[in-house]
Design a protein around this ligand. Structure first.
Ligand code: NAD
Length: 251
């Protein structure tokens, strides 16, 4: 299948490691120009060295609106265009359900919802020019209450509604928007890596009980779906949330 991604420019937020880095690598392998983003120069440098072709690196905390604007300007200065925006930044690390504070709600909504809405707002004009595409990384925690922090579940549920609701306004600009809701994905040093190290038996029992495929997912399995969704082969798809969880919430 020809994805026709050769020569497209893609910005992936939070692409220093984990799912974001895997998506950036998959898009690079299809011939995209890659703009990486993270909050530390060290993370960006390490990530950039994993690519065969030169990539651009952009330091920015995308939970801050002004930084999002500056980030898009930097990417346009470097590549002259933006075709693909992947809003990947997010985190489930928060307080247990029932222990939320006003500050924690604001921090988690900033990271898991506003980091995306801010980026789409500042990228809208350039994506309209390229007839581009937005892909958001949500979570199955936005679909159902699975015991994760409520701040995270509520913020990802709001993100899902944002994706559905923005499909029509963005369609008037010929821009598509979709989301992937991953299940439990194993990333080096990530939450599932830590859980597996701390108590492998408990992790195995959880996977056996909750997940049809009885295993963790790999970042590359999310990246493959992402690559399809941002390509022309998905040109009739907008406003959709794709679950990729090995059969957890629907099976
Ligand atoms: P990760 O923590 O491994 O990597 C996140 C990257 O984003 C890091 O490079 C970090 O530096 C960067 N980052 C964090 N906050 C940032 C900010 N404000 N501005 C710029 N960069 C920032 O994350 P991950 O596990 O790969 O998760 C990526 C996305 O996938 C998140 O939205 C997460 O909610 C979602 N997700 C992850 C899993 C999982 O099991 N790992 C499951 C479902 C959904």
């Amino acid at each position: 299948m020809d994805l026709e991604l050769q020569g497209k420019t893609a910005l992936v937020t939070g692409s220093g490691r984990g799912i974001g880095l895997a998506i950036a690598q998959a898009l690079a392998s299809e011939g995209c120009n890659i703009a990486l983003n993270a909050r530390t120069a060290e993370t960006l440098g390490t990530a950039a060295r994993t690519f065969a072709e030169p990539v651009s690196t952009h330091l920015a905390d995308v939970s801050q609106p002004a930084k999002c604007q500056a980030l898009i300007e930097e990417v346009i200065r470097r590549w002259n265009r933006l075709d693909i925006l992947v809003c990947n930044v997010g985190s489930g690390a928060s307080v247990p359900p029932g222990q939320e504070t006003s500050g924690e709600w604001q921090r988690m909504l900033g990271l898991n919802l506003l980091a995306t809405t801010n980026m789409v707002a500042v990228a809208r004009n350039v994506l309209q020019q390229s007839q581009g595409v937005v892909l958001c990384i949500s979570s199955i925690c936005g679909q159902e209450i699975l015991g994760a922090p409520l701040t995270y579940s509520a913020a990802k549920a709001a993100l899902n509604q944002y994706v559905r609701g923005m499909a029509r306004p963005l369609a008037t600009d010929n821009v598509r928007i979709n989301a992937i809701a991953p299940g439990n994905i194993l990333t080096p040093g990530g939450v599932w890596d830590r859980k597996g190290q701390a108590d492998p038996t408990a992790l195995h029992a959880l996977l056996e009980r909750e997940v049809a495929l009885q295993r963790l997912g790999q970042p590359e399995e999310i990246a493959d779906l992402a690559t399809f969704l941002v390509s022309k082969r998905a040109s009739f798809i907008t406003g959709s949330i794709y679950v990729a969880d090995g059969g957890q919430v629907h099976a």
